[in-house]
Design a protein around this ligand. Structure first.
Ligand SMILES: C[S@@+](CC[C@H](N)C(=O)[O-])C[C@H]1O[C@@H](n2cnc3c(N)ncnc32)[C@H](O)[C@@H]1O
Length: 197
């Protein structure tokens, strides 16, 4: 993450949960159903922000699973920690830039939820996640609770440093061309999900 991006997310952290209107329980549950998150799994939530996915992930992986919530903006992570820090010892918070310092571990599911446009080196980062941080049979997911029109509208309005998000088929093709094994799981107004392994 750039300094500018960290500052941007630190600044909007206190308002994030009130601004986040798309991550309704029904949408999150639908997305996590499609990701087949099961009891006992080890899951990484990269760019967890204020932790919108955390309670859903904990519920799904259960007491024998683990969730690692990573974010590079201290302001965002602090809020996630304040909300869910007492949820149990199978939840770990990590302040890190996962493009530079991904925790040394292997996961069944690595989730980039509403994060992809912020990646600086998407191809290299996804390659590293797949080659060094997935368990056999695991998946990396790029997901949003909306299509690219919504994301690009928000990014244009808020003047964040983020790049524009291509449509799911266009991004899938781009990733395929870069040698990834890729599948569009769903592409609708309510769920943009690309699976990689
Ligand atoms: C748009 S927010 C989404 C937060 C959360 N996933 C949600 O949907 O509410 C993007 C988050 O990703 C984090 N982020 C972006 N790039 C990152 C990186 N390379 N390493 C760690 N965190 C990153 C930002 O700090 C921010 O909290």
């Amino acid at each position: 993450m750039t300094r500018q991006e960290i500052d941007f997310f630190n600044k909007i952290a206190p308002e994030w949960d009130s601004m986040e209107v798309r991550s309704l329980p029904v949408r999150i549950n639908h997305i996590l159903d499609l990701m087949q998150i099961e009891p006992g799994m080890n899951v990484a939530d990269l760019g967890t922000g204020t932790g919108v996915l955390i309670p859903y992930l904990l519920q799904r992986v259960g007491s024998h699973g683990r969730v690692t919530a990573v974010d590079g903006a201290p302001g965002m992570l602090e809020i996630a920690r304040a909300k869910y820090g007492k949820s149990g010892d199978n939840l770990t918070f990590l302040l890190a830039d996962f493009e530079e310092n991904m925790p040394v571990d292997r996961y069944d599911r690595i989730i980039l939820y509403c994060v992809y446009p912020h990646l600086r080196y998407p191809v290299e980062t996804l390659r590293n996640l797949i080659d060094h941080h997935l368990r056999p049979g695991g998946y990396v997911y790029i997901a949003f609770p909306n299509d690219e029109t919504f994301v690009n509208h928000i990014h244009g309005e808020k003047k964040s440093t983020a790049d524009m998000l291509p449509s799911a088929p266009a991004l899938a093709l781009r990733l395929f061309d870069n040698g990834f094994n890729v599948r569009v799981v769903e592409y609708s107004e309510d769920a943009y999900i690309i699976r990689l392994n």
